[in-house]
Write a protein that binds this ligand. Structure first.
Ligand code: IMP
Ligand code: MG
Length: 187
């Protein structure tokens, strides 16, 4: 297993990260998801709505692999104020700019944990009467498997540890790591 020791001078200095998903694994699974979505939406032009900031890398890689036309927009919400604990409430920070009425909407998430964010987004989009709505999440934490909410397309089930990289952050850092890593001392 690849590990790395954080060598910057912040509070994370000296902590160990373990790679849990490599760039190759992410690329391969993203291609499979893109093939499934292209087939399911053949002849349609869905709007991909990326949930900022975490989904940007995944959305870009997924969109490039679709063989259908699509539009791209973004929404920004916040549930994690700082650190690794969720605040339990979801706030809308930046709304979509497209009109979703009668459109096929695909929400693109980096990770679903408690499912609160996904549930909030679903209600927010449904208010505007899309033709259809589906969810794609690269990662699923075990907590969300207990929910009645199910993402339509998911990349990987991951352990209940705090993850960073490929868009996922800890206090806005580590998003630009090209693969996905877990803190080795996190639960
Ligand atoms: P949920 O509302 O609990 O499902 O959490 C969704 C959001 O929490 C994600 O879009 C992420 O921004 C963030 N999140 C959840 N787990 C992690 C993690 O392990 N690392 C980084 N961010 C996370
Ligand atoms: Mg985050």
């Amino acid at each position: 297993m690849r590990t790395r020791i954080i060598e910057d001078t912040t509070q994370y200095n000296g902590q160990v990260l373990e790679e849990i998903l490599s760039q190759e694994q992410i690329e391969e699974r993203t291609q499979e998801l893109a093939d499934e979505i292209s087939k399911a939406y053949e002849g349609k032009t869905p709007i991909l709505i990326g949930v900022l900031n975490g989904s940007v890398f995944f959305l870009a890689d997924l969109a490039k692999r679709l063989s259908i036309d699509c539009e791209i927009d973004f929404i920004k919400v916040s549930s994690y104020h700082s650190g690794t604990q969720s605040s339990g409430t979801v706030r809308l920070i930046k709304d979509i700019s497209c009109i979703v009425t009668d459109r096929d909407v695909i929400i693109i998430e980096d990770i679903i944990d408690s499912g609160l964010t996904a549930r909030f987004l679903k209600h927010r989009i449904l208010e505007n009467h899309p033709n259809s709505i589906s969810f794609v999440s690269l990662l699923l934490k075990p907590e969300c498997l207990k929910l009645d909410f199910k993402a339509d397309y998911t990349g990987f089930e991951v352990p209940d540890r705090f993850l960073v990289g490929y868009g996922l952050d800890l206090d806005q850092k580590f998003r630009n790591l090209p693969s996905i890593w877990a803190f080795s001392d996190s639960k």
